[in-house]
Design a protein around this ligand. Sequence first.
Ligand SMILES: NC(=O)c1ccc[n+]([C@@H]2O[C@H](COP(=O)([O-])OP(=O)(O)OC[C@H]3O[C@@H](n4cnc5c(N)ncnc54)[C@H](OP(=O)(O)O)[C@@H]3O)[C@@H](O)[C@H]2O)c1
Length: 281
Amino acid sequence: MKNKICLITGATSGIGKATAIELARLGFDLILTGRNEFKGKEISDSLIKKNKIKSEFIKCDISSLKDVRNLADIIRSKYDHLDVLINNAGSRFNDYQKSIDGIELTFATNHLGHFLLTYLLLDLLKKSGEARIINVSSSAHYGKQIDIDDLVNPKNYNRSLVYGRSKLANVLFTYEFERRNTSSNISINALDPGGVATNFARNDGFVSWLKHISYYIIKRQLLTPKQGAETVIYLASSSDVKGVTGKFFYKKKEIKSSDESYDEEIAKKLWVLSEKLCSIT
Ligand SMILES: NC(=O)c1ccc[n+]([C@@H]2O[C@H](COP(=O)([O-])OP(=O)(O)OC[C@H]3O[C@@H](n4cnc5c(N)ncnc54)[C@H](OP(=O)(O)O)[C@@H]3O)[C@@H](O)[C@H]2O)c1
């Protein structure tokens, strides 16, 4: 993996941080992003010290389209190619909030920012010998449907519905990207990491966080961040999945995602809406 360059969004905590630690151990050079500059730099510096790699942290609020464009500009000015893009940053919110661009915050954070980032880094990915894009989705996408007209400004805010739809958007984006992909060197896959003991849901307070992890503790399925990162690391680095693309993974195995995620009409509509919101012509 020497000299392979990997960008991880949401690398300051949980699954993203655990992924960064393992990929650094494998010899990847890293670009880490997140909103918390102090934490990000600390993680990046410690990875440089422990491993013979290059690493840097670049601050970016992925829910802000301006921030995403700025991040992409910095990366494009410093790097001539990108081998792995891990779209991992994600959140869930108890209450309805809007991004700085006026877009419902879960959708803006979990889907739209990553859609734009991927678009803006396509040229760099095309310059890699073998590029991989990995979208961190969730089992929360199962049983959800997307109402295209309700994504930007949902009429009745329901935390689980909105979060599940954003994670379904991750899978629809993965499959639609693959249908449109004309670069044989780029593969794209999505995954469900399982229930993981991270800071997920902590933004809504201790009780929300406790409820989230208790659900998996009761099912005896709670994973450590290291365990939760295993499928991400597998998709980023394993030769087993070289050339495998447009698939959904759980526990390092390809599985079926929800029926809705294979709906090509919805995927196209989501793509068109995302382009419009990102002012991509
Ligand atoms: N934990 C689970 O049980 C579980 C289950 C299924 C799927 N997932 C998915 O796994 C992914 C990682 O979550 P996690 O469990 O590792 O949670 P986490 O510990 O809360 O980590 C989330 C990461 O995303 C970053 N982030 C959140 N909002 C951001 C924003 N607006 N801009 C930039 N970065 C942002 C956070 O960084 P900053 O706060 O520094 O910005 C942090 O690094 C998410 O996509 C989540 O949906 C998690």
